[in-house]
Ligand binder design. Sequence first.
Ligand SMILES: [Zn+2]
Length: 285
Amino acid sequence: MGLTFLAVHAHPDDEASSTGGLYRLLADEGVRTVLVTCTNGECGDASDGAKPDADHHDGDEVAKVRAVELDNAVKILGIDRLVRLGYRDSGMKGWPQNDDPDSFWATPVPEAAKRLAAILLEERPQVVVTYNAHGFYGHPDHIQAHRVTLAAFDLLDYEPTLYFNAVPNSIMAMMNARWEQAERDRAAADAEKGIVRAPEPEDPDDERVDMGTPDELIDAVIDVSRVNEAKYDALAAHHSQIADSFWMKMGRDEFKKQMRTEWFVRVTNPMNLSGSVNDIFAGYR
Ligand SMILES: [Zn+2]
């Protein structure tokens, strides 16, 4: 039987940011690749940069733009099959969109799990990737993708190897330093122009999510340097969301130098692997 890989992602663009290199690498190796995208991304930025709380922000329009962007990224990454579950984007924690009955967050986990399990049973991927219990960074749709994936596993007649995407603490520290420097540069540039920005109000309910994973707990270290040009292009395909991101600001050359690795933590281990691997299909070939 051939090898099949499937990732469960929350929004259009997540496939590129956390698994873009892996997808392209596996496609080049002839592995069948499947992407399940849970929401349409209605709470993303509009094409003119408008945020979802702006009066003229139209979630349905945003979703249309993002659907095309996702199709383009899927082509660039060589993904064989894209399944859109079609739930509405739930927005960040505490947003009114959380309560929309059509939102992914408001959807009962067993209901979505049944749909995902049907896809898993049809494709029978040996390896599945999604997010950890806090959705990597706390977004409700990412948390829901985690819950739905685990619930779907309970409905299967076999056990795939499940990985969560991760970033080692050592790399997270480096990225944080980069973000903070960019913030300081922006503040300095603003100050020169006489612009003073009010600090972002602190939300007392905001629990800071620790996005890093201790380096020694990383189970799969995938070298994606051969394909990170395609990863960059796939990110760039999500133009309405990403044009302003730190990846795009990095530029193609710097991106190629810096973004050479994707990391994962193993959650189920039917092949009894031990230690860290550099092939996501370790044990299957
Ligand atoms: Zn997302």
